[in-house]
Design a binder for this molecule. Structure first.
Ligand code: GLP
Length: 236
């Protein structure tokens, strides 16, 4: 179904959602050189399938370049709570994506240097061809929290109390791609699973475009597919 400008696919449960997302990922991978990855529990099923696919030759990331959406700030890349560590453990180490092709916010740098360095990497190798996205319960995408603007770009942000709490109190700040870079992606694959995402998903697709619901900016993009499980789609 199509809700506003967002193509919506609803699957029974998390595994079926991950299967469907992997199918779309494989198809779009052929024309994509630059991949955008998200962290969080939602894409783990997809990442497991990509890792397996690299293991059995079904897919290859050998000629790809990657960007990640965000990282806590400041944090050491070896910190087990960092997004860099999460990606190494759950995806990078299990694929043939070359180490030198991975772009990641460097949250060990001083703030303005970290922003400059990631912006320069993005200017050199961006925009993203295929962006994987999750969604926060408050409608955030990457770490673009409610109150952000359409033209926001790579920057250091303050996280909302709700996000800090839900994410295990790792840090109250983060470095994130902005709404502008996300909307520059050629193609966007958003995933959401579980009852606690239903309200955010509904406001992403059915409400107006507003900075109060950062995901609603996705209505401005003409190639977004949202793969949901039934619980996340319950309020659509
Ligand atoms: C974090 C990340 C987002 C992610 C969101 C949802 O805040 N910065 O990129 O989409 O959490 O995470 P989960 O998939 O675990 O619900």
């Amino acid at each position: 179904m199509k809700v506003q400008n967002v193509r919506v696919i609803v699957e029974d449960d998390y595994e079926a959602m991950s299967d469907r997302a992997f199918g779309i990922f494989k198809r779009k991978l052929r024309d994509a050189r630059v991949l955008g990855f998200a962290t969080g529990g939602t894409p783990l099923g997809l990442y497991g399938r990509i890792a397996d696919g690299c293991g059995n030759g079904e897919v290859s990331l050998k000629n790809k370049i990657s960007f990640n959406l965000d990282e806590y700030y400041p944090i050491s890349r070896s910190d087990a709570r960092s997004y860099r560590h999460f990606m190494e453990k759950n995806l990078f180490s299990k694929t043939d994506l070359p180490e030198g092709s991975i772009n990641f916010p460097d949250a060990e740098l001083q703030e303005s240097e970290a922003v400059l360095a990631y912006s320069a990497a993005y200017a050199a190798d961006g925009p993203v061809d295929l962006q994987i996205l999750g969604i926060g319960v408050n409608g955030h995408i990457a770490f673009n929290e409610p109150g952000c603007t359409r033209n926001s770009r790579i920057r250091v942000v303050e996280l909302s109390d709700n996000t800090v709490e839900r994410n295990g109190r790792v840090s109250a700040r983060a470095i994130t791609m902005g709404i502008a870079e996300i909307l520059e992606s050629k193609s966007i694959l958003l995933m959401a699973s579980g009852r606690d995402k239903a309200d955010a998903v509904m406001r992403m697709a059915r409400g107006g475009v507003t900075g109060d619901v950062p995901a609603s900016f996705l209505q401005l993009h003409d190639d977004v597919v949202a793969v949901l499980d039934e619980e996340a789609a319950a309020m659509l």
